[in-house]
Design a protein around this ligand. Structure first.
Ligand SMILES: [Cu+2]
Length: 315
């Protein structure tokens, strides 16, 4: 019934088996109960059975209807447990990737420092995703792999693991409603041949260095912002989302609240840098505090300089 080769991950079989067994048993009960109900309606209606029979209790029946359902639930429990248990035992040789979830995007960090907004994986290699929630609870869900794990802020040892077993592109999204643009937390897993993955991962180190010379700093800035998800909250066309639009931002005068004091500032390099590293230092008039989190440690000074170069061009 199951074709190992067609399973997108090593957990598909266990989860699907538990699911089919549970739904199969539920379906049998649905049919069984409906049939018994119809038989009783026919057999014991008032015409056929005018006088009700009083039953005083039966130990034998009590035992039967306790033991049989108990065995059935234990049967379902066993398959559920058997499918779930291995999910908590990551193999030692698993490749580790850190996943950051924040309002409202995922980013994936490889051990060579490479960060992406799409999860790239080699086929037939166990991976352990270390889950870091930056703000609120998110949930990482890859339906094709039958894995889903809540990402809880501050939780230690928050991880999921699996082994992709088939090349292809699979959906990945947040399964915990986490605010206004929750639906933006939608991306893909790209499972590729090991050789292609190795080429990709080793290539990026050199690409990252050479990209700046190929790409203008402003273009690099835009790419960084797309990858890390600034546009979930900021637009380029003047529309107000969670944060102010970037339209015409450069050298504009902005009204902000610093501490308790309202003041006017000119948007310059220093202001933008502070907005990124310490977003709650100056709160833009008409916007809420605490929604934008610091990108300290996630964006380097160089990244921020590229972002500034880009923001200068947003007219
Ligand atoms: Cu989320």
């Amino acid at each position: 019934m199951y074709n190992e080769v067609n399973n997108a991950s090593n957990f598909v079989q266990g989860v699907d088996k538990a699911f089919l067994i549970t739904i199969g048993i539920s379906f049998l009960f649905l049919i069984g109960l409906t049939v018994v109900m119809l038989v009783f309606v026919y057999k014991y209606n008032k015409k056929r059975h005018p006088k009700a029979t009083q039953i005083e209790g039966s130990t034998r029946l009590e035992i039967i209807w306790t033991v049989i359902p108990f065995l059935i639930t234990m049967f379902m429990f066993y398959y559920g447990w058997a499918g779930w248990h291995p999910m908590h035992k990551p193999p030692k040789d698993a490749m580790e990737i850190t996943v950051y979830g924040r309002m409202w995007n995922f980013s994936f960090e490889y051990d060579n420092g490479r960060r992406t907004d799409t999860l790239f994986l080699p086929v037939n290699q166990p991976v352990k995703l270390n889950l870091v929630a930056m703000d609120v609870i998110h949930s990482l869900y890859i339906p094709a792999f039958r894995v889903k794990q809540d990402m809880v802020p501050g939780k230690k040892d928050n991880f999921m693991w699996f082994e992709p077993q088939r090349e292809g592109t699979y959906e990945l999204f947040c399964a915990e409603y986490c605010g206004l643009q929750h639906s933006y937390m939608y991306t893909y897993v790209e499972v590729m041949k090991d050789s292609a993955f190795q080429a990709w991962i080793t290539d990026t180190a050199s690409v990252a260095a050479s990209v700046a010379t190929v790409e203008s700093p402003a273009a690099t800035g835009k790419r960084i912002m797309q990858n890390i998800g600034c546009f979930a909250c900021h637009t380029l066309d003047g529309t107000k989302l969670v944060g102010p639009s970037f339209k015409g931002i450069w050298e504009e005068t902005q009204t902000v609240t610093t501490g308790k004091e309202k003041r006017q500032v000119k948007i310059d390099e220093e202001y933008i840098k502070r907005s990124i590293y310490d977003p709650n230092a100056d709160i833009v008039d008409g916007f809420q505090k605490g929604l934008m989190l610091s990108y300290e440690g996630q964006l380097s000074d160089e990244d921020v300089n590229h972002i500034i170069e880009y923001l200068k061009t947003v007219k």
